[in-house]
Design a protein. Structure first.
Length: 219
C-alpha cells in the first residue's frame, strides 16, 4: 500500500517537476554561456564568476522556491479540488502514514531536483576550460544555503493548503511566516550551526502543526 501511495505522489508531482526542470535547464544554460533558446533577451555576463554572480544564483533560487511552493499546494489543495481527502482517509494505512508519505515524497523531490541543479552548475564550474575565472567548491556555499532553507516554503505551502481558513483571511499566514525565515536564514552570520538548528526546529514545528491540523480538521 505504501508503494502505491508513493507512486501516486510521484505521478502527481511529475508535471511540476517537468516544468521546474525546464526552467532549471534554461537558467543553467544561460549561466554556462550556452543559451538554448532561439532568441536572446536580457544581458548575459560572459565574464561572471560562477556562484559569485548573483543573477545566476537568484534565478536558481527562485525556481527552487517555486518548485517547493507548487509541490506543497499540489499535495493539499489538489486533494481538496478533486475531493479525494475522504477517500484517502479510508485507506488501510493510518492518517499519519498518509501525511508522512506525502511529506516524504514532496520533500525528497524538492531536495533532489534543487540539488541536481546546483551540482550541475558546480560540475560545469569545476571543469577546466569552461570559464576564465577561479573556482573553489567553498564558493557553492550560498547555493547550498538556499537549498536547505527552501523546505520551509514547502512546509508553509503544505500547511496553508491543508488549513480550512479563508484564502483572503489567515490561510496563507503559515506560508508568509515560512517565507520570511526561508529568505532571511541564508544571510545569518552564525551559519551553519545556528542556521541549521533554526531550520530543524522550524521544520519540526511545521510537521507537528500539519499533523495537528489534519487530525482536527473536519473534512
Amino acid at each position: 500500500m505504501l508503494r502505491v501511495m508513493i507512486a501516486k505522489e510521484l505521478r502527481e508531482a511529475a508535471g511540476i517537476v517537468a516544468i521546474a526542470a525546464a526552467f532549471y535547464v534554461h537558467y543553467l544554460s544561460r549561466a554556462m554561456r550556452h543559451d538554448i533558446l532561439p532568441w536572446h533577451y536580457g544581458y548575459v555576463d560572459y565574464n561572471a564568476i560562477p556562484f559569485i554572480n548573483l543573477n545566476s544564483l537568484g534565478s536558481l533560487a527562485w525556481v527552487s522556491a517555486a518548485l517547493a511552493l507548487a509541490l506543497g499546494f499540489r499535495q493539499t489543495v489538489g486533494e481538496s479540488i478533486y475531493g479525494t481527502w475522504l477517500f484517502l482517509r479510508h485507506r488501510p494505512v493510518g492518517w499519519r502514514w498518509l501525511l508522512g508519505v506525502k511529506l516524504f515524497v514532496g520533500l525528497t523531490v524538492y531536495l533532489f531536483c534543487a540539488a541536481a541543479a546546483v551540482l550541475a552548475y558546480a560540475w560545469w564550474a569545476a571543469t577546466p576550460g569552461t570559464h576564465a575565472s577561479p573556482f573553489e567548491w567553498s564558493m557553492t556555499a550560498p547555493a547550498w544555503k538556499d537549498w536547505i532553507s527552501m523546505p520551509l516554503l514547502y512546509f508553509g505551502a503544505f500547511l496553508s493548503g491543508l488549513r480550512p481558513a479563508r484564502w483572503f483571511g489567515t490561510r496563507l499566514l503559515p506560508l508568509v511566516f515560512a517565507g520570511a525565515f526561508a529568505f532571511w536564514l541564508p544571510d545569518l552570520r552564525w551559519w551553519p550551526v545556528g542556521g541549521l538548528c533554526v531550520i530543524g526546529l522550524l521544520s519540526a514545528a511545521f510537521v507537528a502543526v500539519i499533523f495537528f491540523v489534519a487530525r482536527t480538521r473536519d473534512f
